[in-house]
Design a protein around this ligand. Structure first.
Ligand SMILES: [Zn+2]
Length: 525
């Protein structure tokens, strides 16, 4: 008995010590902070869940997210209930061997020549709301048959299934799939872009989530700040995307969507991210990179935006709100597409304007601005001054004439032709004899610098080039790639060597100082 009492006493002491230990660990990890964990009061004040039922698999469980098996069975049920409207196919296997599903969605009584729409989510595997949001949108569209009748849709709900399975941003080989739209090195990118080009959408939306608590944000206010926007629009400012298309995206899609979000009480802003430079934090707003979906799809002659929902690192916090935002944005863009159908098709048809010039280099507006954040101590929106580099205001634009075609010599063909096939770029093999020799110009590299540190195994080449008339040679075979074609705008980003996403910049085509590139421009005169 005595022995047993002593034992109980020992147990109590052990339990007390253990509890104290656990409390200390919890306290210190929550003061290590809020990186990811959102104080409840902030959720209550700024990001309460809407009072709606969302009948997708993720909301029938308390923990975790919709698994790929649950996602497929949800969609299979939808296809059984709506056999003529929803069908599931697979576009290829991820690096980890998971089939990537594609959902085709059409109306019961489709209109003639419906608007072709591409929707994708889960390209970054840790942006769970984007996947769940597309399931919710599919559900809503099936219940909204008048609207659905206007469309033919291709939906890729989980573009990076390996990442999604692990709640990890990257593909299995560590690659960021939203930086692979030009080089196309991951199999997932190849399947996505080939399917995209076959389907040939007029409107494309790529849903993502962004991280509202960033390490740098602890330096603002007394207790740190967090991003305040439910939705950020990342639409392209790339100057090689025709101006009329950029204006159409902004005026006929983004602006009405902002008004729709206002009505629902959701906050929004143009996309920005923070970056640390020489110890200070500055803001980068907008995007022009052809390596990312938003610009790549716009260069493919398509109304396009990437949508960032406030979500990464929040776990299940505000999950309903995030998923509802995906649905609201999707619905808004679809309604705008119906409303501006006529004008949209006029803009998309008249893209090839050979009078315009090709932009090979540009910079951006830099100015100090007050940016609003939620101050975690004050629990209110506060303005903070930042240096903002605004990519949506392109400056110092440097241009060259609009070439009739780019001409690739034989040695580049095996390297580049497969990328053209994926991007939907047309070409033909010709002999140089069939071309006017006085209109073929070569690029001579006059300045050359290669990065010392590789970024995803690539050491970037930064070059300046000069055009010179090609010296006469014996007849030779060339790949003739006309710029006046549906996906032609890609070519300026890929082949003007100074362009930030070009094949020269990313060392796909290696060069050096005073060297000539192995491809040419074919000028109109
Ligand atoms: Zn993302």
């Amino acid at each position: 008995m005595v022995y047993s009492v002593h034992n109980e006493y020992f147990d109590m002491k052990f339990i007390k010590t253990s509890i104290l230990f656990i409390v200390i660990v919890l306290c210190s990890s929550s003061s290590v902070l809020q990186l990811g964990i959102q104080p409840k009061i902030i959720t209550q004040i700024f990001f309460p869940d809407p009072d709606i039922e969302i009948p997708t698999p993720g909301f029938s469980k308390k923990k975790g997210y919709t698994s790929i098996t649950e996602l497929l069975s949800f969609l299979k049920n939808k296809s059984i209930e709506n056999p003529n409207q929803l069908s599931i196919s697979f576009i290829g296997k991820s690096q980890g061997g998971i089939e990537i599903p594609a959902i085709r969605l059409v109306g019961k009584n489709p209109v003639k020549n419906p608007i072709r729409v591409w929707l994708q989510g889960g390209l970054h595997g840790n942006e769970m709301g984007s996947v769940e949001g597309l399931l919710f949108l599919i559900h809503e569209l099936l219940n909204n048959s008048d609207l659905l009748d206007e469309f033919e849709m291709m939906i890729i709900p989980v573009a990076n299934p390996d990442g999604y399975k692990k709640e990890n941003r990257y593909a299995k080989n560590g690659m960021d799939l939203n930086r692979d739209h030009t080089i196309i090195s991951a199999p997932e990118t190849k399947y996505l872009k080939s399917t995209f080009n076959l389907f040939d959408p007029e409107l494309a939306l790529d849903f993502h989530e962004y991280r509202p608590f960033r390490r740098d944000f602890v330096n603002f206010g007394n207790f740190g700040v967090t991003s305040m926007y439910d939705v950020m629009f990342l639409h392209t400012s790339n100057p090689n995307v025709p101006k009329k298309l950029r204006e159409l995206i902004e005026d006929s899609f983004i602006t009405p969507c902002q008004a729709d979000l206002d009505k629902q009480g959701y906050t929004h802003h143009n996309y920005f991210s923070t970056e640390k430079h020489l110890g200070t934090i500055r803001i980068r707003e907008g995007s022009i990179s052809a390596r990312s979906s938003s610009t790549s799809y716009a260069l493919s002659n398509c109304v396009s935006s990437l949508i960032e929902i406030r979500g990464v690192g929040l776990g299940r916090t505000s999950f309903k709100r995030r998923v509802a935002c995906v649905k609201e944005v999707g619905m808004s863009f679809l309604k705008s597409a119906v409303q501006s159908k006529h004008n949209m098709r006029k803009v998309l048809v008249h893209l090839t304007d050979t009078n315009r010039r090709v932009v090979y280099s540009s910079s951006y507006l830099t100015e100090n601005r007050i940016m609003n954040f939620i101050d975690l101590e004050e629990k209110s929106v506060q303005g903070f001054e930042f240096e903002v580099r605004d990519l949506s205001e392109q400056r110092n634009i440097k241009t060259r004439s609009f070439p009739l075609a780019y001409l690739l010599t034989k040695e580049l063909i095996p390297l580049i032709k497969p990328k053209f096939d994926v991007l939907g770029i047309k070409y033909k093999l010709v002999s140089s004899e069939t071309l006017d020799p006085n209109r073929i110009y070569s690029y001579n590299i006059t300045k050359y610098l290669q990065d010392g540190i590789p970024e995803f195994r690539v050491r970037r080449q930064r070059v300046t080039s000069e055009l010179r008339l090609l010296e006469k040679e014996q007849p030779f075979e060339l790949l003739y790639v006309p710029t006046s074609q549906v996906r032609g705008a890609h070519l300026f980003e890929l082949f003007e060597p100074e362009a930030t996403s070009s094949y020269v910049a990313f060392d796909v085509i290696h060069t050096g100082l005073n060297k000539k590139l192995k491809y040419y421009r074919y000028h109109a005169y």
